[in-house]
Design a protein around this ligand. Structure first.
Ligand SMILES: Nc1ncnc2c1ncn2[C@@H]1O[C@H](COP(=O)(O)OP(=O)(O)O)[C@@H](O)[C@H]1O
Ligand SMILES: [Mg+2]
Length: 389
């Protein structure tokens, strides 16, 4: 068990990292953050910010020397850096989980091997003439071509109505290794966070229901509007994946529930997740404290919902030119909890903050919380549109 005041290391310094740092430092663990961005949200609150590239040898040496355990809030750490750290320090999650989560080809192959259903897919590799295999299990159309590596928030994806569009789509993505997958008809999108420690204990958070706008998460509501059967199945699949990875830390699993009732895994993330922000205000433990507990080998906290909740994301599009949004409406609503990441520049599509809206005790669904969250978001959006016009 790693006890405070041991120093913890963190690869990546975005908002997920900032909340990890706050949780850990609140428990008495100083955190060192590695992130090349001088304005890194996590770096600014950490005991030490190593403002260097993820593969900088001096920075990696410093982390390995100082930290009792090193974890991540960002999956795209270069593989040599991951392997270097794993050989010299305690890295949780380890290289195999990071490697699988950072490459959609590896991820799909792994999920298939462990018997987890995914959308029909095939590889489209760099340096090969792309051909569509229409055999059993291969993709049907419409389909989505996704780069195997480095995609996020819907970036690195092209939608295809038919097979003939594949060469152009592959060229548009730079002819890199890709996954071609069938676009499935969605009933719901769900996600589950599971924490697991080195001794095999695990604890899953409640199933979240997610709505995306243009490939970016917009709203999460918990409880999800699904029956007990898919809810239990999603939780069991998330635990199974963590088990099969011999996972140490916090793992997020994104699911598609199709209109035909199939539950497919979309992707996994070896870190806290945007769809888990509701845990900050509506659970018996936040995803960030649970990450600290998991990587330090503490007892995992029960991860129970205390109240129905809806989380709405605040993207840079809500920021008026050269100004801050007027937060009055949000701040006046006592059930709305505003979280801002302290990013100086509000670009379109950039995650700047989020609002958790709590339901009333005794409410058994998140309908009222979701309506309030949407209304608050709408108010901010209209203020920007009005300001521009
Ligand atoms: N095969 C698919 N069928 C239907 N919708 C999809 C599919 N793949 C992605 N999407 C939609 O696009 C969103 C983002 O895709 P995802 O693969 O999760 O990439 P990212 O890494 O950007 O989160 C999904 O949450 C979903 O709304
Ligand atoms: Mg996703």
């Amino acid at each position: 068990m790693i006890q405070p005041p041991a120093t913890l290391g963190l690869l990546g310094g975005g908002q997920l990292g900032r909340y990890f740092v706050e949780a850990a430092q609140g428990m008495g663990y100083p955190v060192w953050v590695l992130d090349p961005d001088p304005a890194s949200p996590a770096g600014r609150v950490a005991a030490r910010h190593l403002c260097q590239a993820f593969d900088d040898p001096d920075a990696l040496q410093a982390l390995a020397g100082a930290c009792a355990v090193i974890t991540t809030e960002f999956e795209n750490i270069p593989r040599p850096a991951v392997e270097w750290l794993d050989a010299r320090a305690c890295l949780r999650p380890g290289p195999r989980a990071l490697s699988i989560a950072q490459d959609r080809l590896e991820e799909k192959a792994f999920l298939g091997e462990i018997g987890v259903a995914v959308a029909p897919w095939q590889a489209v590799l760099a340096g090969q003439t792309p051909e569509v295999r229409m055999d059993a299990g291969g993709p049907a159309f419409p389909a989505i071509l996704k780069t195997a590596r480095l995609g996020y928030d819907g970036k690195g994806q092209v939608r295809l109505a038919q097979a003939g569009e594949l060469p152009a789509a592959h060229a548009e993505l730079g002819l890199v290794d890709c996954v071609l997958e069938a676009q499935v008809e969605l009933e719901r999108e769900l996600s589950v966070l599971v924490a697991r420690t080195a001794d095999g204990a695990n604890e899953a958070f409640p199933v979240a229901e997610n709505t995306h706008h243009e490939g970016i998460l917009h709203l999460t509501r918990v409880p999800a509007r699904v029956g007990d059967e898919p809810r239990e199945r999603a939780t069991a699949i998330a635990r199974h994946i963590a088990e099969q990875l011999d996972y140490q830390g916090l793992l997020a699993v994104e699911f598609f529930l199709t209109v035909a009732g199939e539950l497919l895994v979309n992707e996994i993330a070896p870190r806290p997740h945007n769809s888990g922000h509701y845990t900050q205000d509506a659970c018996t433990v936040s995803q960030f404290e649970q990450q600290v507990r998991a990587v330090c080998g503490l007892g995992l906290a029960p991860a129970l919902l205390t109240t129905p909740v809806a989380m709405v994301n605040l993207l840079g599009d809500l920021w008026p030119a050269a100004a801050e949004p007027d937060w009055q409406g949000v701040l006046a609503a006592g059930r709305a909890r505003l979280h801002l990441y302290g990013k100086a520049e509000a670009r379109s599509g950039r995650k700047m903050g989020h609002i958790n809206v709590l339901g009333l005790p005794g409410e058994d669904d998140a309908g009222a919380a979701a309506s309030t969250a949407e209304a608050l978001w709408q108010g901010l959006a209209e203020a920007v549109d009005g300001g521009v016009a």
